[in-house]
Design a protein around this ligand. Structure first.
Ligand code: SAM
Length: 301
């Protein structure tokens, strides 16, 4: 697979030739299909048994009991199944299951998912809180918001309110106990998923624009977060311009600090070096997409 020239240059500048090569190899790997069992509707044993009956074997994931790796079957073998249609499983990359776990919202929390469609993480937060947390799921693109509503409904996430709006315009008077900002990004962690046209558009201008939008969204998130509470910032990018640099600038502007992620909770996840201690950057490989996760606490006034 051809890596856009500007991306290759950024990877080498940030990570050095050897690690950049590891990332590029990860882009080219045939990624395993992975899924999240929807604990609101079923359990892992039932899903494994049902898949087994279809001749589809699965493996468990050490850091998340609801995650399964599908062995030797592609997505369409799963999307044809009844329990997929019933929302008992959600096809989701392993990396993208990490941010809701790091957020760790409590059942009594008022949660904001700021960039929510198609809803993988919104519905995961609903499942993790047993459908008890109140979740506001914000999405500015109307077609994607429609998809989000559909997935929320199908997954039985009953306390989710979808707001079709630009999260930067949310009223500053709102306050939330927990916020997930899974920010729009260049997709530099998932380059293999992008089409040739998207890859051709991977330029410095696009990256600068993405970083500006991410910073504005993160500053907004920190305004809406109740003082003393924590949020998660994540992207499917492995570039510091969209990750550590955005977070560092926001921390300088807001009264907030990094809360180190407990890496022991994610044993086996392939990681990349980070320039902001306590954050997590996942290296793409045959099981994982490139991803960045930071947990940030807003200090009490
Ligand atoms: N969290 C989602 C999930 O797990 O399924 C994936 C989110 S995707 C990385 C980013 C989403 O943010 C896109 O659907 C995009 O349309 C939306 N978005 C971009 N800018 C936004 C903004 N300013 N306000 C709200 N949504 C935004």
């Amino acid at each position: 697979m051809e890596v856009p020239a500007y991306l290759a240059q950024r990877l080498e500048a940030q990570y050095g030739a050897q690690t950049a090569q590891r990332i590029v190899q990860g882009y080219g790997a045939q990624r395993a299909v992975t899924l999240r069992v929807n604990a609101l509707k079923t359990d892992v044993q039932a899903v494994r048994a049902a898949l087994d009956a279809q001749g589809i074997r699965t493996q468990t994931v050490p850091w998340y009991a609801d995650a399964l790796i599908v062995c030797g079957a592609r997505e369409d073998a799963l999307t044809r199944l009844d329990f997929y249609a019933r929302g008992e499983i959600y096809l989701q990359s392993l990396s993208s299951m990490i941010p809701p776990l790091v957020l760790g919202a409590a059942p009594e929390d008022d949660v904001l998912d700021m960039a929510a469609a198609p809803g993988g993480k919104t519905t995961q937060i609903a499942a993790l809180t047993g459908n008890r947390a109140m979740i506001t799921a914000c999405e500015m693109n109307s077609i994607r918001a429609e998809r989000l509503r559909y997935n929320v409904e199908r997954q039985g996430a009953s306390r989710v309110t979808v707001m079709e709006t630009d999260a930067r315009r949310l009223d500053d008077l709102f306050r939330f106990d927990a916020i997930l900002l899974d920010a729009p990004c260049s997709g530099s962690g998932t380059v293999q998923l992008a089409g040739a046209r998207t890859r051709a558009r991977f330029t410095k201008e696009i990256l600068d624009k993405a970083a500006g939008r991410q910073e504005a969204l993160l500053i907004k998130a920190l305004t809406l977060l109740r003082p003393g509470r924590a949020m998660v910032y994540s992207t499917c990018s492995v570039l510091a311009q969209e990750n550590e640099q955005v977070v560092s600038r926001a921390l300088r502007r807001a009264n907030a600090e990094i809360e180190p992620i407990d890496m022991t909770a994610f044993a086996g996840v392939p990681v990349l070096p980070v320039s902001l201690p306590g954050t997590l950057c996942v290296c793409p490989d045959e099981r994982y997409e490139g991803f960045f996760v930071a947990r940030i606490r807003r200090k009490k006034a």
